[in-house]
Ligand binder design. Structure first.
Ligand SMILES: Cc1cc2nc3c(=O)[nH]c(=O)nc-3n(C[C@H](O)[C@H](O)[C@H](O)COP(=O)(O)OP(=O)(O)OC[C@H]3O[C@@H](n4cnc5c(N)ncnc54)[C@H](O)[C@@H]3O)c2cc1C
Length: 415
């Protein structure tokens, strides 16, 4: 039984077959149409004029022949579960017994904590969200984006390109700072400003203002007012774990897993993708979730191997922590990252000059002596592959060095 039929769920089903599982499979997902690839929702879909019926076929995940016999229940939600008895209850009243469970219910968009009417306020998690927002992004309107993470910045870039007056409110000092560090964020900020986005950094949203049952702006913590025709809340996401309540699991920020993606505290249950909180065997520290497209596929491989072994009563293969990788595209810049920039204690240029990002740059993120991550800016794919190899090698060497003890409390120097 696979709960959640988007990227992580689909990749796990494929991997279960690839690992020799021949039994029946049922995928339960609450989206009303076949699940879509999410990255274009905050990029190309916002800038295109295609309708839902034109956009859906391009964005829908391809079904592989190996999984064509899997039973799919669209528009159906897992409501609650008893993992000890291996049953899951669906919102349509059905109780499903299973031999093994895949937890792939992902995340939902976090909202501002306010009772202000929802009209005029938007989030993007699905393609439907994207089309609803797109219909409002007309030239000249005032669009305020709250949160300058990857998704917020991508939405801001798309809205700017559509001719909206864009303001981005961010609590830290710049765009994507939490993900790519201060140095690169400082490079991206003027670049986004050149495209027309205006930043209000180091600021937090206070009271929202409503008129005629519609949000029309808000006050910032410095007392200033921002008027808005459209407010996009892009302040992170929260895991869809409610249906797992009552099973004595650690559901603090997603489902806690071991390094084989087994849900801790359950048997024959694995978690994959955005919802899975798992340890990094190389960098150590607390288990964490990784909200990247590639991680859904990487964790699916490990989880499927584990589940197949557990179902057969065999020892699961030794797990290797997947190396995170991500990309984003905005203002004609493509950032590609491999590794964990957030774990670094220092950052330096490996190639190019941050003063001229358009000519191509590679930034190395070091945790003490270990190359923990590289982020490239507009570099060709052969250079990206080169740095991917460097990070992979560094991780492999570090995992073979028992003496390597990264100090989780060391202060970050120049990010
Ligand atoms: C707008 C956007 C842009 C992105 N862009 C990038 C990018 O450029 N690069 C990158 O690396 N990553 C990007 N990502 C992240 C990437 O898309 C995710 O990491 C990936 O979608 C995770 O897949 P998942 O299957 O774990 O979770 P999800 O995609 O969230 O899928 C979970 C599925 O479970 C369903 N579900 C939830 N609760 C239940 C329930 N109780 N019962 C049944 N079904 C349920 C959901 O409806 C959903 O279909 C982006 C994400 C978003 C939202």
């Amino acid at each position: 039984m696979v709960a959640g039929g988007s990227l992580g769920g689909l990749r796990t089903v494929e991997q279960l077959r690839a690992h020799g599982y021949t039994g029946s499979m049922r995928i339960v997902g609450d989206e009303r149409h076949l699940p879509c690839n999410r990255p274009p929702s905050s990029k190309g879909v916002l800038s295109s004029t295609a309708s839902l019926s034109e956009t859906l076929p391009e964005s829908t995940f391809r079904q592989r022949t190996s999984t064509a016999d899997a039973q799919r229940s669209l528009g159906t939600k897992t409501f609650c579960s008893n993992l000890a008895d291996r049953v899951v209850e669906l919102d349509k009243g059905e109780t499903v017994a299973h031999h093994g469970l895949v937890v792939a219910t992902g995340l939902f968009a976090r909202r501002l904590d306010t009772c202000t009417p929802a009209a005029g306020r938007f989030v993007i998690r699905t393609i439907d969200d994207s089309l609803v927002l797109r219909a409002r992004l007309r030239p000249g309107i005032r669009a305020v984006i709250v949160g300058a993470g990857f998704i917020g910045c991508e939405i801001a870039a798309a809205a700017t390109a559509l001719g909206c007056q864009v303001t981005i409110v961010e609590g830290s000092s710049g765009p994507m700072e939490n993900s790519i560090g201060r140095k690169l964020s400082d490079t991206m900020k003027p670049l986004m400003e050149d495209y027309g986005g205006e930043f209000r950094t180091g600021r937090v949203v206070g009271l929202l203002t409503a008129l005629d049952q519609r949000c029309v702006g808000f006050t910032l913590d410095d007392g200033s007012q921002l008027a808005a025709d459209v407010v996009v809340e892009s302040i992170g996401s929260l895991p869809n774990v409610e249906w797992l309540d009552g099973n004595n699991l650690d559901l603090t920020d997603g489902g806690l897993c071991d390094d084989s993606m087994r849900v801790r505290g359950a048997t024959r249950a694995v978690a994959v993708g955005d919802i899975a909180r798992f340890p990094d065997q190389v960098l150590g520290g607390d288990a964490r979730r990784v909200e990247h497209w590639a991680t859904a596929g990487d964790t699916a491989k490990i989880a499927a191997a584990t589940l197949v072994a557990d179902l057969a009563g065999q020892a699961s293969p030794a797990a290797v922590t997947p190396t995170p990788s991500f990309w984003t595209e905005l203002c004609e810049v493509r950032l590609v990252g491999v590794g964990s920039p957030g774990a670094a204690t220092s950052v330096r240029e490996l190639e190019g000059d941050l003063g001229h990002p358009a000519r191509g740059v590679a930034l190395g993120y070091f945790r003490e002596e270990l190359l923990a991550a590289v982020v490239t800016v507009t570099l060709p794919s052969n250079r990206q592959l080169h740095y991917r190899g460097l990070v992979a090698t560094a991780r492999e060497l570090a995992s073979n060095l028992p003496a390597f003890q990264p100090n989780p409390t060391r202060k970050r120097e120049d990010q």
